[in-house]
Design a protein around this ligand. Structure first.
Ligand code: ZN
Length: 163
């Protein structure tokens, strides 16, 4: 089922999300719906708060056959190294992109949809994508990671697009 993607300005995008307590049918259905919604919107990742559910979970697929797609539940970035600046966008801020500084490589731990622990060492686009989605779980948007001047310009552009 396609879910409605919440846009910038919706308070749910600023919530500190709660951990997933039990991976039950409801959660599994939500994962399926998140994936369907992400592919429909042509996004590389989608976090649960972006569809109005403030829990710690996101799906991702950077559309590279060499890189795995998947879901991370209750993720934690336990190591982060290096820094790299690349362009980024967000399904909750359609039409806006900006250069964002992120860590180059990360080690992330979490659970898969069976509730099994997973540990992923990531770099490149997948590392960026997971850092972006993980930020959503703490109410952080890529806008918050650019300079105040760039943020102001982005917000002006956003408001123009909205009106
Ligand atoms: Zn986003």
């Amino acid at each position: 089922m396609l879910l409605e993607i919440r846009l910038f300005g919706d308070p749910v995008l600023r919530e500190k999300c709660a951990p997933v307590e039990h991976i039950d049918d409801e959660i599994r259905q939500l994962i399926e719906d998140l994936q369907e919604t992400m592919y429909d919107a042509d996004g590389l990742g989608l976090a649960a708060p972006q569809v109005g559910v403030p829990i710690r979970m996101f799906v991702y697929d950077v559309r590279d056959p060499e890189l795995q797609a998947g879901v991370l539940i209750n993720p934690e970035i336990v190591e982060a190294d290096g820094s790299i600046r690349e362009e980024e966008g967000c399904l909750s801020l359609p039409g806006l992109t900006e250069i964002v500084e992120r860590n180059e490589s990360i080690l992330v731990r979490g659970l898969d949809m069976e509730g099994e622990p997973v540990e992923l060492r990531l770099e490149g686009l997948l590392s960026r994508c997971v850092q972006h989605e993980n930020d959503h779980l703490d109410g952080i948007l890529f806008l918050d990671r650019v300079s105040p001047l760039k943020r102001k310009l982005l917000l002006q552009k956003w408001q123009k697009g909205e009106n």
